[in-house]
Design a binder for this molecule. Structure first.
Ligand SMILES: [Zn+2]
Length: 265
């Protein structure tokens, strides 16, 4: 929990009072057209947090950046950081990993899009986000890895994000008696993050579904989650209540539509 990973990979080529050249790895979060020929690209950089780039001529087929600025791509970017403007000019972008497998897996892709949208909307702006970068890179790499257990990735990322953003969720303790749980909780309240053990719940009917309770237990114990959507939704609700999601996360709709297409979620 809360392990901060720092990499010293940026090269500050030049430092002047106004701008400096930065070279850093970046995960593309979002891209949208800006004019007939240009894009705006928002990326989570390893060294400088979220940076918005203007990419002139980026829509042309002969663009030197090719796939390097596609959403979810991992790239190395070079840019001159100008503190006086919100839009930075990108000088070089070299594709490191396009995530070919992830792009062929609609369910993983839709989860990755929720993750990138949440970072874009809720991560602090204008500050380095090295841990966010490390966690997102890990989750996207696992989605892209043909051999990994896909059932835990999004739930683990959500749990880590609770932790990173200061809303630590204690999966191990009954909120009423304070005892450590030795099996899945009898109930869970996603609005508060409170777990209730079997002794404390007594004969009351739990509000949480068995799938949610078993999934959170599996998440805690590093096991495969049988019905991840329940666990994911419980964690999303918990985060939503703590962050106070003012803006709707549009990609959740797409995720829900995608989930309906799959027997195995
Ligand atoms: Zn209890």
């Amino acid at each position: 929990m809360g392990i901060r990973l720092y990499r010293l990979s940026s090269f500050v080529y030049q430092r002047s009072g106004l701008s400096s050249m930065i070279k850093t790895r970046a995960i593309v979060l979002h891209r949208f057209p800006y004019s007939d020929s240009s894009f705006i690209v928002k990326a989570l950089t390893e060294e400088c947090g979220i940076v918005s780039f203007i990419v002139k001529g980026g829509k042309k087929k002969e663009s030197p950046f090719r796939g390097a600025l596609d959403p979810l791509a991992l790239s190395e970017v070079v840019f001159r950081q100008n503190p006086n403007t919100e839009l930075q000019f990108i000088k070089e972008a070299t594709l490191l990993d396009w995530r070919k497998n992830l792009r062929n897996d609609l369910l993983c892709l839709s989860k990755a899009q929720v993750m990138t949208e949440m970072i874009l909307r809720y991560a602090p702006q204008g500050v380095p986000l090295q841990e966010e970068f490390a966690r997102l890179e890990q989750a996207i790499s696992e989605f892209d890895d043909g051999t990994s257990d896909k059932s835990r990735i999004f739930a683990q990322w959500l749990l880590d994000t609770c932790d990173m953003w200061g809303y630590n969720l204690d999966l191990t303790t009954c909120s009423r008696c304070g005892r450590t749980l030795d099996k899945p909780a009898a109930d869970f309240f996603p609005e508060t993050g409170a777990f209730v053990c079997h002794a404390c719940l007594g004969v009351d009917t739990p509000r949480a579904r068995t799938e949610t309770l078993n999934g959170l237990w599996a998440l805690l114990n590093g096991e495969k989650i049988e019905h991840p959507e329940f666990t994911e939704n419980a964690l999303l609700t918990y985060l939503r209540h703590h962050i106070g999601f003012l803006k709707e996360i549009h990609s959740i709709k797409f995720l829900n539509e995608t989930r309906k297409l799959f027997d195995y979620h």
